[in-house]
Design a protein around this ligand. Structure first.
Ligand code: SF4
Length: 445
């Protein structure tokens, strides 16, 4: 998962993009970059690590211009190193082009082989670069036309932002798997992976970029064009379950409210459960637990203190780092826990190792009983569209039955939300269609 933030038409473009990326930091922590356009040339600054560390005042001063494309990355294709940091930046004999990508292309290997066979030389290991080679092969076409011809050749989930002198283009995959929204800040145009970043920079959200739509911002105006016919969408439901910030609006519903609603529906499915208190695994588990508490009447209590400087364990690229940050980030509050039976709500159960460690922490802190209530169905399949879920064989729901999982995570009870209620809670009653393939195994592509 990555984050994209675009500004077009403001003399503080780089600084606004910086704030936008800072807001989208939860979507990727491995690298960050901003490209601006100044006097017809593109200026680029990229680095490894968090947004606050990558951009100094000096770097932001260097990034002059009224347009900016920014990106935060965590890797789903290509390793975590500077050559793969985005926006990727290309120079041709006649122009320059920068590309920021959120998502994953399912036909990347085939395209790479085909393009390589026709002489393409790749400067990164990302699937994001493929679109540039496809565009470059549309000899002499305007960027809009070349992008419109090239995008239909991609399969998978994607949102792109392209910058060339005089224009910025945004595009979203035909199923709308990955998000992209449009906003305004005075006379400037904004694009973002999530609405929260538009709000934080003081802008207002206009609408989503539609699935299969390409928007071009040129001369202060926005032009829309479809590169794929309208079809039934398959928006990623995991955005609401885990990734999106609670103050973002996804599919017409504020994520915090969707999570609250999910917690409430989970409680309605588990009517007969008794406990002294309900709590959530911070941060995303908290909203679920509040919804659960409100519906069940079981009081909500905070049982963990979260260290907000330790990063999100799920999106660290390597197992060793994941374990380290998981230990660091949650400290049990003993006096709340001691002697209590606790319903612990978490957003999802993927490998089971984090739940096992958290429940172990609660028990060592004196919990009498810990019942795990998962605010999503069992994760049964890998994601091929841009979320870094593990290989199918590492998913605990594929390795053992529910009772085996309960024993493995050392819980006194284990319950999951039904797929029906997940979709019911995330939709906005207007027939929004979701991808929920990692839970159901029904892949839209
Ligand atoms: S498979 Fe899961 S994580 Fe991937 S796009 Fe679909 S719902 Fe989202």
């Amino acid at each position: 998962m990555c984050g994209i933030f675009v500004v077009a038409g403001n003399k503080e473009a780089a600084r606004i993009a910086y704030v936008g990326l800072f807001t989208l930091q939860h979507r990727g922590q491995e690298s960050a970059g901003i490209v601006t356009e100044h006097k017809g040339r593109l200026l680029s600054h990229r680095g490894m690590g968090l947004v606050g560390g990558v951009f100094s005042n000096y770097a932001l001063d260097y990034l002059e211009g009224t347009s900016a494309v920014g990106h935060v990355r965590y890797s789903t294709a290509g390793s975590s190193e500077i050559k793969n940091a985005q926006p990727l930046f290309f120079k041709t004999s006649s122009s320059e082009l920068a590309v920021a990508h959120n998502g994953n292309l399912t036909n990347a290997a085939r395209l790479r082989k085909e393009l390589g066979g026709r002489g393409a030389i790749f400067q990164s290991a990302t699937d994001s670069e493929l679109i540039v080679h496809l565009i470059a092969r549309c000899n002499g076409s305007e960027l809009e036309d070349a992008a419109a011809k090239s995008l239909p050749k991609l399969r998978g989930g994607y949102a792109f932002a392209f910058m060339a002198p005089g224009k910025i283009i945004g595009a979203r995959d035909p199923l709308g798997i990955r998000p992209l929204v449009l906003g305004r800040l005075g006379g400037a145009w904004l694009m973002s992976s999530e609405t929260c970043a538009i709000e934080v920079v003081g802008g207002r959200v206009i609408r989503e970029v539609e699935p299969g739509e390409m928007v071009t911002i040129r001369g202060g105006k926005l032009f829309s064009k479809r590169f794929a016919p309208r079809r039934k969408a398959a928006r990623c439901v995991f955005e609401q379950v885990y990734f999106a910030r609670p103050d973002s609006v996804v599919c017409g519903r504020t994520v915090q409210l969707a999570r609250h609603n999910i917690g409430s529906l989970l409680a309605s499915e588990l009517k007969n459960i008794k406990a002294d208190l309900v709590s959530g695994v911070p941060d995303s588990g908290t909203a679920y637990a509040l919804g659960f508490s409100q519906r069940s009447g079981i009081p909500y209590k905070t049982v963990f203190m979260r260290n907000h400087y330790s990063g999100r364990s799920f999106i660290q690229p390597d197992q060793k780092l994941r374990e380290f940050t998981a230990h660091l980030k949650l400290a049990p509050i003993r006096d709340v826990i001691k002697g209590k039976s606790i319903i612990l709500v978490d957003d999802s159960l993927v490998r089971g190792t984090t739940s096992r460690r958290i429940i172990g922490n609660l028990k060592r802190a004196g919990a009498k009983k810990v019942i795990m209530a998962v605010a999503s169905p069992p994760v049964m399949g890998s994601c091929f569209y841009g979320i870094d879920t593990p290989d199918k064989s590492d998913l605990i729901a594929n390795r053992m039955p529910q009772e085996g999982i309960r024993k493995f995570i050392c819980a006194d009870g284990l319950y999951y939300l039904s797929p029906e209620n997940l979709i019911k809670a995330c939709g906005n009653n207007s027939g929004t269609n979701f991808c929920s393939a990692c839970f159901t195994g029904k892949y839209p592509l």
